[in-house]
Ligand binder design. Structure first.
Ligand SMILES: [Zn+2]
Length: 211
């Protein structure tokens, strides 16, 4: 499969580089990854160091990010990230993974959540696939309607600002599911270790399908 442009196609595959937000990266022992200023400084340093621009990563990554968040620490600890994140500025265009229709959308607007979220439904070799795009701009939402069609690579949205995207440095959260269950406009993107076996059976590794 060839490289998929999920964000602005002006970025080529060669502009992408992986970053490590996991608990195994000692940098996060002494730096607060949930502080946008700290995170963006880190991002800038990594961009300068690699000479590349679009940071990405996170599939099944156990993240330091969720250590301080009440949202993810209440009850059972959820800290395993199940999608892939692509960091680029607010306003960057977001594009459909493949031909599909709008399954559902919502503004999950509580702190730490996805903000505006779009879910597309696809037919993949006779089976259903669902792609989730999170942390989008509120202004995109009036362009979506359930059942409307998008072609592969068509622009579907733009990246939101921190004040609308759940409070994060602008990035796309992208996740591929084979089963939506009862979810509409939302789907868990972070899981507890004990839930992983369940989710790994319905969430695909996006890396093999994008890069
Ligand atoms: Zn994410």
């Amino acid at each position: 499969m060839s490289f998929k442009h999920l964000i602005d196609p002006k970025y080529s595959k060669n502009d992408y580089f992986p970053i490590d937000l996991s608990v195994n990266n000692p940098f996060w022992d002494n730096n607060d990854v949930s502080d946008i200023t700290v995170f963006e400084e880190y991002l800038k340093n990594q961009r300068d160091k690699t000479g590349k621009y679009v940071a990405h990563g996170g599939y099944l990554e156990q993240r330091a990010l969720y250590r301080k968040s009440i949202r993810f620490q209440a009850g059972i600890v959820r800290d395993v990230h199940m999608g892939i994140d692509l960091w680029a500025p607010a306003g960057t265009s977001v594009h459909a993974f493949m031909d599909g229709t709008v399954h559902s959308f919502a503004n999950n607007d509580d702190q730490g959540n996805y903000g505006p979220t779009l879910i597309l439904e696809h037919d993949y070799n006779g089976k259903k696939l669902y792609t989730l795009y999170g942390h989008l701009a509120i202004g995109d939402m009036n362009k979506w309607s359930v059942g409307s069609r998008f072609r592969e690579s068509e622009k579907i949205a733009t990246l939101g600002k921190p004040e609308e995207n759940g409070g994060y440095s602008p990035h796309l959260h992208f996740q591929i599911m084979t089963d939506m269950g009862k979810y509409k406009g939302d789907f868990p993107g972070v899981a507890a270790q004990v839930e992983l076996q369940h989710y790994e059976s319905i969430i695909l590794d996006p890396n093999t399908l994008i890069f």
